[in-house]
Design a protein around this ligand. Structure first.
Ligand SMILES: Cc1ncc(COP(=O)(O)O)c(C=O)c1O
Length: 478
């Protein structure tokens, strides 16, 4: 079953090409977002196929995208060249992209694995060639603070997974986030975000950015009308994170991104908790996606890293700031993250299954007073999560009766969980916000952000689910 679509660029003639794709689709598809622009279309198309249940459509459909005035075929997830040949979109799944994506370019001497290039600088005997690379006329590497071959493969893999036009990396998730904010905001800029962003990000909004004359309004995460009103009052950047850390609140991406764009804002989404396996914010029109690669992308708690993907011009600005700021991803960390990402699809799916079973068990336990997991029907934004995510992720949080004292007694009794300030690893990892996501905040600040002191953040690992449930049961029933 094939689908060939020709449509002219909007405004030149013909209809909205995304609408036409959906109208002509042989299977029912839901279009929830996405902007009609060159980089965005690939992501929209990507979403289209993720929502297609018929595998024969996934394999055989050809999609035509914009180059010049005619929409021509382009593959998903690459920087496209005008007139590029027809390609089969959807023939490569996220699972395969996680394994193979971006790896062919720097393989050396028939090696099957990407090398770790530990070289600070890259030498050019020929002055003209050196000059061309240094001035960006030719591709290549000059100095390790700016670019590195191993790091480039890591960036490319994430770019492909997120369906983005461009990617750049940073030494940590916070470096990716703070470099993005500092590169794109100026004194007098106004940012709208939500109260439940990761603690470090929150602190940028509450303390550091205002010191540079940047107005940051943080709105109740669950009040979409209030977020829209704040955006309507003027917004240069809309910064979203969904699901949130540690309360697992879910934002309506399609609605908020549309509101942000109406106000002329750049929209940034932290996709750390969801991962590109479960959620593709660029498909809803987001301009940039940021990650703490330290978490699920790497997945083995052995390397720090951050990445920013999305619109090519914006990513370039972030890269140019980061190369001067100096928060560069180390090649060895890039290698470890790359190796971890090969199993991203397997891990993330197993973690989501485990999290769902654990959340269901906890919800029924008499000592548990609150469970936050988007996959539970009791979750206030379950319907939104179900519509915009293809899996609910490996993170949950819960409260037990007795508050912080009860948590202090309960945590040491767990046999199969690291009590540590990390998440997304293959091992189950637990901790209260006071020592993990919101360690930077005072108890009063946590209370103001709606984070109870007695909450436990639970990052499900890839262990056997029966062992995880049994472990929680024995610790709760003491
Ligand atoms: C959602 C989210 N974003 C960003 C970060 C920051 O990442 P990193 O610790 O790699 O700087 C974290 C860390 O926990 C996080 O959970």
């Amino acid at each position: 079953m094939g689908l060939d679509v020709f449509a002219e660029r909007p405004g030149v003639g013909g209809g909205n090409p995304i609408t036409e794709l959906f109208n002509q689709s042989p299977t029912p598809l839901e279009y929830r977002g996405g902007r009609l622009r060159d980089e965005g279309l690939a992501a929209c198309v990507f979403m289209l196929f993720r929502r297609t249940s018929d595998p024969s459509v996934c394999r055989s459909t050809k999609i035509l995208c914009a180059t010049g005035t005619i929409w021509q075929p382009r593959p998903t997830g690459r920087v496209f060249n005008e007139g590029e040949a027809v390609s089969e979109i959807g023939s490569r799944s996220q699972a395969s992209t996680a394994v193979w994506g971006g790896e062919d370019r720097y393989l050396l001497d028939r090696a099957t694995q990407v090398p770790v290039v530990h070289s600070v600088a890259f030498g050019y005997p020929d002055f003209d060639e050196w000059y061309d690379v240094a001035t960006g006329v030719a591709e290549g590497h000059i100095y390790g603070r700016n670019t590195n071959p191993t790091v480039a493969v890591f960036e490319e893999k994430v770019r492909l997974l997120e369906g983005a036009a461009a990617a750049t990396s940073a030494s940590t998730g916070m470096a990716a986030i703070s470099n993005t904010l500092h590169a794109l905001l100026r004194p007098g800029s106004r940012v709208v975000s939500v109260k439940d962003t990761y603690g470090g990000t929150s602190l940028l909004f509450i303390e550091f950015l205002p010191a540079f004359g940047i107005d940051c309004e943080l709105v109740d995460t669950t009040d979409t009308d209030a977020i829209e009103a704040a955006i309507g009052a003027g917004c240069d950047m809309l910064y979203l994170e969904t699901p949130t850390n540690p309360t697992l609140k879910v934002l309506d991406l399609a609605r908020l991104i549309a509101a942000g764009h109406t106000a002329g804002a750049v929209v940034v989404v932290d996709n750390t908790f969801a991962t590109p396996i479960n959620q593709l914010p660029l498909a809803f029109g987001a301009d940039l996606v940021v990650h703490s690669a330290t978490k699920f992308l790497g997945g083995h708690a052995d390397a720090l890293g951050g990445v920013v993907v999305g619109d090519a011009d914006l990513v370039k600005k972030v890269f140019q700031y980061r190369e001067i700021n100096g928060a560069t991803l180390d090649p060895m960390a890039a290698y470890l993250l790359l190796r971890g990402m090969k199993t991203l699809d397997l891990r993330v799916k197993r973690q989501a299954e485990n999290a769902m079973a654990v959340a269901t068990f906890l919800e029924a336990h008499e000592r548990v007073t609150q469970v936050n997991y988007p996959g539970l029907e009791s979750h206030p934004q379950h319907a939104i999560a179900a519509a915009q995510m293809s899996g609910f992720g490996g993170m949950l949080s819960f409260a037990i009766d007795g508050g912080l004292d009860a948590v202090k007694a309960f945590l040491p009794d767990l046999q199969m969980a690291h009590r540590a300030a990390n998440l997304g690893a293959v091992e189950t990892t637990v901790g209260p916000p006071a020592t993990t996501s919101h360690v930077e905040c005072t108890p009063e600040e946590r209370a103001a952000l709606g984070i109870p002191e007695g909450l436990v953040r639970y990052s499900a690992g890839i262990e056997h689910v029966d062992d995880l449930v049994a472990d929680l049961a024995q610790a709760l029933d003491r």
